[in-house]
Design a protein around this ligand. Structure first.
Ligand SMILES: [Zn+2]
Length: 380
C-alpha cells in the first residue's frame, strides 16, 4: 500500500464517527415548508444527535443521515411534492435513520441546529434562498434577538478501559476527571449564558479523535478537557494548562485537509463550509487562518484559566504549556486541556478526590470561561 493511501485510510479510521457511547433512542419528527420559493425541512430531535447532511446527483437529492436516531415519524399529512422537493423518503440505515429529499433541481442545502428549551433540538435544512430581502430581514431579526448561549464541551479525560494516571494508593485519574467535569457541568447549567455539553457522563472509553468530532457535532464554542497528571518524581505537584502546540497545529491542519477533501460532500454542506473549499489551495488558506484565530483564542482562555486556578490550587507551571494533544486539534473551536494536579503526588491526589476540591476547581474553570466570553463575546 503506498504511503499516501495508507495515511488516507488511517485518517478515515481515526475520524470514523461510530459513537458507541450514544444510545439509539432519539425520536425524530419532520416538517417540510415550501412557501416562499425555497424549501425548509425541519427535523425535531431528542437531545442533539449526530447528523450528516450531503447532496447526491442523478437524481439530485439531499441526504440526511441520523446514525443515532431509531425512529422517524412522518407528518400526519403526507407531502404531495409541489415545489422544490419532489418527495421525502425515509428508511433505516446501519441502525440509524436516513432521510432523502428528492429535488426538482440540484441545490446545496444550508444546515443549522437550533436548541429548544425543553431539551429538544431542531435540525433545519434550508434549500435555496427563498427571497434575498426576506433572508436579510430574518438575519437582522435574529441578530437582535436573545443572545444565544455559548456551548461549552466539557471533556472528562480517559474512562472505561483507560483509567488514566493511577496514584500510588490505587486511585484513578478517570474518576477525578469525571468528578470535576460533573461539577463544571452543574456550574455551567446554573449560568444562563452557557450550555454545557459532555463527551462522556459515565465511565466509558471514547477514542480521542472522537471527542473532537463530538464537540463539532454539538456545535461547541469552546472545548475544555479535564485531566490529572503523573510524574516519576512524587514531589511534582500543582495544576497546568495546555493548548495546542505549533507542531500539533500543522499536523492537525494536514489531517483536516486530507479528511475534508476525501469527504467533500459532507464538508461542503455542513457548518464546516467556512473552512471548506473545493479548491485545496483555498481550503488550506481557510484552515490556516482559522487555526491561527483559534490558537489566539485558546491562549486567552488558558491565561484566564491559569489566573483563576491559582486561587484554588498550586500551579505546577505558571506559563501556558503547549503540546500536540489530539483532543486539542479542532481547527475552529478554542480548546484547552487542564491538568488539575498530580495523581502521583500524595497530597494532590488526596485533594483531587475530595468533592469539595473538585467543586473549587469547577468554580475556577467556570469563572475563567465566563471572563473569556466577557472579553470575547460570541459572534452571532
Ligand atoms: Zn490524562
Amino acid at each position: 500500500m503506498d504511503r499516501r493511501r495508507f495515511i488516507t485510510m488511517l485518517l478515515a479510521t481515526c475520524l470514523l464517527p461510530s459513537f458507541p457511547a450514544l444510545a439509539a433512542s432519539s425520536l425524530a419528527r419532520y416538517t417540510l415548508d415550501e412557501t416562499g420559493g425555497g424549501a425548509s425541512f425541519v427535523i425535531e430531535l431528542d437531545g442533539r444527535p449526530e447528523h450528516h447532511v450531503f447532496t447526491l446527483d442523478h437524481p439530485p437529492r439531499v441526504v440526511i443521515d441520523l446514525p443515532n436516531v431509531s425512529h422517524v415519524t412522518a407528518p400526519s399529512v403526507a407531502h404531495q411534492g409541489t415545489g422544490l422537493v419532489r418527495r421525502v423518503r425515509t428508511g433505516e440505515r446501519n441502525g440509524g435513520i436516513r432521510i432523502v429529499l428528492d429535488l426538482e433541481t440540484a441545490k446545496s442545502p444550508q444546515t443549522r441546529m437550533r436548541r429548544l428549551d425543553d431539551g429538544h433540538s431542531q435540525l433545519i435544512v434550508s434549500i435555496d434562498d427563498p427571497d434575498p430581502l426576506m433572508a436579510a430581514v430574518t438575519a437582522e431579526a435574529q441578530s437582535h434577538g436573545q443572545p444565544r448561549k455559548a456551548i461549552i464541551e466539557v471533556d472528562a479525560g480517559h474512562g472505561g478501559k483507560d483509567p488514566g494516571c493511577i496514584s500510588a494508593d490505587d486511585h484513578y485519574e478517570k474518576f477525578v476527571a469525571m468528578g470535576v467535569s460533573d461539577a463544571l457541568k452543574e456550574k455551567l447549567n446554573e449560568d444562563p449564558r452557557f450550555e454545557p455539553s459532555l463527551t462522556r457522563d459515565s465511565d466509558i472509553f471514547i477514542p480521542l479523535h472522537q471527542r473532537v468530532l463530538m464537540a463539532r457535532n454539538h456545535h461547541a464554542d469552546l472545548f475544555v478537557s479535564i485531566h490529572a497528571d503523573a510524574a516519576p518524581s512524587q514531589s511534582a505537584s500543582g495544576a497546568s494548562v495546555y493548548i495546542l502546540s505549533e507542531h500539533g497545529a500543522s499536523s492537525a491542519m494536514a489531517r483536516w485537509l486530507a479528511e475534508s477533501q476525501n469527504n467533500a460532500d459532507r464538508y461542503a454542506s455542513t457548518r464546516d463550509s467556512n473552512i471548506y473549499s473545493d479548491d485545496p489551495e483555498v481550503q488550506s488558506v481557510l484552515v490556516d487562518l482559522s487555526m491561527r484565530g483559534t490558537n489566539i483564542a485558546s491562549q486567552k482562555l488558558a491565561t484566564e484559566t491559569l489566573d483563576s486556578l491559582s486561587r484554588v490550587t498550586r500551579l505546577h507551571n505558571h506559563r501556558i504549556n503547549k503540546a500536540a494533544f489530539a483532543v486539542l486539534k479542532s481547527p475552529d473551536i478554542p480548546s484547552m486541556l487542564v491538568e488539575t494536579g498530580f495523581m502521583s503526588n500524595r497530597d494532590d491526589s488526596r485533594r483531587l478526590r475530595r468533592p469539595e476540591h473538585q467543586q473549587e476547581l469547577a468554580d475556577a474553570l467556570h469563572s475563567s470561561i465566563a471572563s473569556y466570553f466577557d472579553n470575547n463575546p460570541l459572534r452571532t
